[in-house]
Design a protein around this ligand. Structure first.
Ligand SMILES: Nc1ncnc2c1ncn2[C@@H]1O[C@H](COP(=O)(O)OP(=O)(O)O)[C@@H](O)[C@H]1O
Ligand SMILES: [Mg+2]
Length: 251
């Protein structure tokens, strides 16, 4: 089976060689757990180590926010963009309708042809459920006019939208990381409660309290088509980004 190596030190070992090619992987964790940094690292490694083009779709940050965060780790995103290896797309869901966002992304995938994509984050869809709820968008998500006439709860809209986005990523020829913001205490692995079932894989990023110290850890919870480690493994967020300390224990 072909694999997409993350190039993150230690992680490909946990994944027995890498993410199965063309999988859609949910990257879930609380705010500050390193999801965005991990996503950028995945794309930068893809370009610099494996010659694969990458696309970063963000709803959370400006182009400037993204490039300056990356610069902290020595990743020159502007150069990668200028070289035609990377595309950064920024959207403001309060301004852009979901149908517009989806078609922009689809067009960019078709013309730029990236091998890797990061969607940061799917949780934004939930926040803007009411904004995206125009009849046209809802119908494009497969809802019928008579259903739309009765008031739909935002959760229904969110789930439909998430299923639509993830379904499109699954049927495209690229390996994607879909970031999901998790509340500190939650019974689910995503805020929308459906993306965890649709995703081919789930990687959790943790920020754990150990005595007075906080430690970071990673866990591969699910990865279809491959065997993988089930351990909670400590990570460090250092000068070169995320590094997985394979063989070390959290507790
Ligand atoms: N230059 C850096 N070196 C080490 N750690 C950093 C650096 N910059 C940010 N961080 C850490 O990374 C965290 C943010 O990571 P990020 O990927 O943006 O989190 P998330 O996307 O999960 O909210 C910060 O809260 C900080 O702890
Ligand atoms: Mg983030």
């Amino acid at each position: 089976m072909e694999r997409t190596k993350t190039g993150v030190k230690g992680l490909d070992e946990l994944l027995k060689g890498g993410i199965p090619k063309n999988a859609v992987v949910l990257v879930s964790g609380a705010a500050g757990s390193g999801k965005t940094i991990f996503g950028l690292q995945f794309l930068v490694n893809g370009i610099t180590e494996f010659g694969e083009k990458g696309m970063f779709v963000t709803f959370e940050e400006s182009h400037e926010d993204v490039t300056s965060q990356a610069a902290q780790f020595g990743w020159d995103l502007e150069k990668l963009e200028a070289d035609g290896k990377l595309r950064i797309m920024t959207f403001t869901p309060s301004k852009h309708h979901l149908s517009h966002i989806n078609s922009e992304i689809e067009n960019a995938i078709n013309s730029f042809k990236p091998s890797r994509l990061v969607y940061d984050s799917i949780s934004t869809i939930g926040v803007y459920a009411e904004v995206i709820a125009d009849v046209e968008t809802l119908m494009s998500l497969g809802l019928k006019k008579e259903d739309i006439a009765i008031e739909l709860p935002p959760e229904t809209i969110t789930r439909r939208a998430v299923m639509d986005i993830m379904g499109k990523l699954k049927s495209s020829q690229l390996t994607s990381l879909v970031v999901s913001e998790l509340p500190k205490k939650s019974d689910y692995l995503s805020r929308d409660t459906v993306s965890e079932f649709i995703a081919d894989g789930i990687i959790l990023l943790h920020c754990l309290e150990k005595k007075e110290k906080k430690i970071r850890a990673i866990e591969v919870l699910k990865m279809r088509r491959t065997n993988h480690s089930m351990d909670l493994v400590p990570i460090i967020l250092g000068e070169k980004g995320i590094e997985v300390l394979v063989g070390e224990k959290v507790y």
